[in-house]
Write a protein that binds this ligand. Structure first.
Ligand code: PAF
Length: 280
């Protein structure tokens, strides 16, 4: 496995792999866990060359403290990546990714005008900036993204179709801890008390799937909101039940064959997201 920090270094490492190879990209912000490992394993199985980028992208953080506190663990990340068979780790500086300030404005309406788009203004613009830069630099055949960031995945598919990238986007299922908590780099920031309460998020959403079979969308949404409020420690920012393709809230189960519940919850000071499929 080769660790490179510059665009030139990356291109040299790719050239050294030879012509005509299928290249898979797993974009990450580091602080890797078993969820990332599953993306990389899938990428290694599908492609000749696996590139994993490790870059904490400043342009997607709407909160300076969140950027400052984001965990950075490159040595441990490289160990994990070596074990799961990555070929190239691309860990560039901010200057390498953005030699000039990136002033591009993307418009993915209505996908980016709901949920995270409302509560983290500018977040998806920053994600689109960095992902398009990585696509342009690495030129992968396939790119791998986790379904935990459900809205991000929809927006990246749209980026690919709007800008004509010849890249197959491969979605990968959420990986959970034994108690149901969705794996996230942010979980390491939870306090002991937060870690005890966090599994309630998935438990309540899972209970709501059974509840939904005999209740309306509105009742199901309230079931989750009330369940989270009853925990007493968790503070939901939103819970939306949306069409999984348009990401617009639905009012009736019959409106779509693909219904997904998406949540953002403050667990103490740490903001976690998760989602669950009702239909589709
Ligand atoms: O999902 C993430 O970790 C990030 O948003 C991504 C896709 C690596 C872009 O910085």
């Amino acid at each position: 496995m080769k660790l490179v920090e510059t665009v030139t270094g990356l291109h040299n490492a790719l050239d050294a792999c030879g012509q005509g190879k299928k290249v898979g990209l797993v974009p990450t912000m580091g602080a890797l866990h078993a969820g990332h490992a599953s993306l990389v394993r899938r990428c290694v199985a599908d492609n000749d060359v696996t590139v994993v980028s490790v870059f904490v992208n400043p342009t997607q953080f709407n909160d300076k403290n969140d950027l400052k506190n984001y965990p950075r663990t490159l040595d441990a990340d490289c160990k994990l990546l070596e074990e799961v068979g990555a070929d190239i780790v691309f860990a560039p500086s901010v200057e390498e990714i953005y030699p000039q300030a990136d002033t591009r404005i993307f418009d993915f309406a209505p996908l980016d005008t709901v949920m995270e788009g409302v509560h983290r203004p500018g977040h998806f613009n920053g994600v689109a900036q960095v992902v398009s830069r990585l696509f342009d630099i690495v030129k992968p055949d396939r790119a791998y993204f986790g379904e935990k960031d459900f809205q991000q995945l929809a927006i990246i598919r749209r980026l690919v179709s709007d800008y004509g990238y010849h890249i197959e986007i491969v979605p990968c299922p959420i990986v959970r801890e034994a108690d149901g908590l969705a794996m996230s780099s942010r979980n390491t920031l939870l306090t002991a008390e937060g870690r005890q309460h966090a599994p309630a998020i998935h438990r309540i959403m899972q209970d709501s799937v059974a509840f939904a079979s005999a209740h309306t969308v509105d009742e199901t949404r309230r079931f989750v909101e009330d369940g989270l409020a009853a925990d007493g420690y968790l503070r939901a920012e939103y819970y939306e039940i949306v069409d999984g393709r348009t990401l617009q809230p639905i009012a009736d189960w019959q409106e779509t064959d693909y219904a997904v519940g998406c949540v953002a919850v403050f667990c103490g000071d740490i903001r976690l997201i998760d989602n669950i499929k009702y239909k589709g």
